[in-house]
Design a protein around this ligand. Structure first.
Ligand SMILES: [Zn+2]
Length: 174
């Protein structure tokens, strides 16, 4: 990647991160979703990407209710970020622990994508921007930007059914 492109990409990513944080405030205000139990990480070694496995549109509130009431996760929504229909929803503080992957709940920032439409380019672009913003923020190396199923001991999940190699190629850093 050329130096100018890297600088431009960095600026865009920082703007995207700022937009995500604005989304958190407005989203919480609109939906009244607040978190009962939020604990915080001391270290962030990974960015872990998931998908919601939905084959049809689903509301953010429905996912929140499912995680909290059916799965029984104390922290409610299982991920820090949820990407859907061109929006970045931030459901937890960026440094909050989440119920995202066995053994990685308190050393990773987690992102879940909603992709019933595999050609949703807005979600793909948001994913690239957000991953870059988080990689800059936490100084995370490319090989620690992983799909849920790439981690050991995750019950052979294929989550997030995404080309992670391609995503890492679009990431700043080593
Ligand atoms: Zn997953």
């Amino acid at each position: 990647m050329g130096k100018t492109i890297r600088i431009l990409l960095k600026i865009v990513c920082i703007a995207a991160a700022a937009a995500a944080i604005a989304t958190l405030a407005t989203y919480r205000a609109l939906t009244g979703i607040f978190l009962d139990a939020e604990t915080y990480r001391d270290t962030t070694a990974y960015i872990i990407i998931h998908h919601d496995g939905a084959d049809k549109p689903v509301s953010v509130k429905a996912v929140q209710d499912y995680h909290k009431n059916v799965k029984g996760w104390e922290s409610g929504f299982g991920y820090n970020f949820y990407l859907k229909n061109g929006k970045i929803y931030q459901l937890h503080e960026v440094n909050a622990c989440t119920a995202n992957a066995l053994g990685y709940n308190c050393n990773a920032v987690s992102i879940c994508i909603h992709t019933p439409d595999k050609h949703d380019t807005r979600t793909q672009l948001n994913l690239i921007l957000l991953v870059n913003a988080l990689a800059i923020k936490y100084d995370i190396k490319k090989d620690h930007i992983v799909g849920h199923g790439e981690l050991p001991n995750q019950r052979n999940t294929r989550c997030p059914e995404l080309n992670l190699e391609k995503l890492r190629k679009w990431t700043i850093g080593n």
